[in-house]
Ligand binder design. Structure first.
Ligand code: GDP
Ligand code: MG
Length: 190
């Protein structure tokens, strides 16, 4: 079997649009009021790249303070960390440090991080400048995009390209997993 699994985890404050971004990418749909996420859920997306199939296992997590310590569990075995803030909410930007510290603590500074400033459609409510997002991304060596889950501006295609960037960089190190059940059992252990 020639299957490769890569775990991706979305992190960030409650309400920044994690569920909306995933729903836009996976189903190309959007709801004005996403149901709040109380547990983590996962979605898979298979991408063909240089003649091989790669399955991205995308985890949506709850971001509320009460559930933060629980969410940390979902960092286990992750390869790609998607840090999301809301461009209309400065606090959600400042609070990314918590997730960043958790990632660095567990995985070190070579982690593959994608920083996302969401809700770019709400121009009049902007609290975080695009240049501040990209400055922060430079400091933490993350890739950065400013997007809207609502309009899909700068989103689905770009996100998929960023996943492909990960494949380009890590091609040699992604193990093939023969038995999917083993992989899932491993994840469930945590
Ligand atoms: P989560 O808690 O991070 O999963 O955030 P949700 O995906 O549940 O989104 C929280 C709220 O923000 C919902 O009412 C969404 O409809 C809204 N929302 C999400 N993304 C966008 C966006 O790009 N633009 C606008 N205007 N609203 C958004
Ligand atoms: Mg959610």
């Amino acid at each position: 079997m020639d299957k490769k699994y890569i775990k991706v985890v979305f992190l960030g404050e409650s309400g920044v649009g994690k569920t909306s971004l995933i729903n836009r990418y996976i189903n190309n749909s959007y709801k004005e009021s996403e149901v709040s996420t109380f547990n983590a859920s996962n979605f898979s997306k298979t991408i063909k790249y240089e003649g091989k199939e790669y399955t991205f296992d995308i985890w949506d997590t709850p971001g509320s303070d009460a559930l933060k310590s629980l969410t940390k569990i979902f960092l286990k075995q992750s390869k790609i960390f998607v840090l999301v803030y809301d461009t209309t909410d400065k606090k959600s930007f400042l609070n990314l440090q918590y997730w960043l510290d958790s990632i660095l603590e567990e995985f070190g500074s070579k982690s593959f991080i994608i920083l996302i400033g969401n809700k770019s459609d709400l121009i009049n409510k902007r609290q975080v400048k695009e240049s501040d997002g990209s400055k922060f991304a430079n400091i933490i060596k993350a890739l950065f995009i400013q997007t809207s889950a609502k309009t899909n501006d700068n989103w689905s295609l770009n996100f998929e390209n960023l996943l492909k960037d990960y494949l380009t960089i890590n091609k040699k190190e992604i193990p093939e997993i023969e038995d999917t059940d083993d992989y899932l059992d491993d994840l469930l252990l945590y």
